[in-house]
Write a protein that binds this ligand. Structure first.
Ligand SMILES: [Zn+2]
Length: 141
């Protein structure tokens, strides 16, 4: 990967089940399972799973394009690529230093701890459980 920031386009596909053979450049989104999956955009072929939940990723669908928030840092892959998906565009970022990766993991854990320590909150069993929880929430009204 060059140091020059570049952008590339992705397609998105809403589906119930994510197919076994992923097409490169496609972001598969399963609302059923509250998960988005894509192949690492650097071309290394690794599968990147981004769970959609209050403590993981947010999916923003504007009716035409999708964005994921926060950025995607594939620290566990050899490529260690780091990028944002914004309005179906991949925006590459610089590689993080080990310290930045550590800081980010710590922040992530704190956010999760705060969320799950809130006793007033009903804790979903899983990401998909969270959607069941939301459905039930509306059913009861
Ligand atoms: Zn990669």
């Amino acid at each position: 990967m060059s140091k020059v920031m570049k952008t590339m386009r992705l397609q998105h596909e809403f589906c119930e089940f994510v197919p076994g053979n992923l097409k490169p450049g496609t972001l598969y989104i399963s609302m059923e399972y509250g998960t988005a999956v894509h192949l690492c955009v650097c071309g290394c072929g690794q599968k990147v799973v981004t769970p959609l939940s209050p403590t993981d990723w947010k999916l923003i669908y504007d009716g035409d394009t999708v964005s994921l928030d926060p950025s995607i840092g594939n620290w566990s892959f050899d490529c260690q690529s780091h990028y944002w998906i914004k309005k179906n565009r991949v925006i590459f970022s610089k590689k993080w230093t080990d310290d930045e990766i550590k800081e980010n993991r710590k922040f992530d854990q704190e956010v999760k701890a705060d969320y799950f320590n809130d006793s007033k909150r009903v804790i979903p069993k899983s990401e998909s459980g969270f959607f069941e929880f939301v459905k039930d929430l509306f059913r009861k009204k």
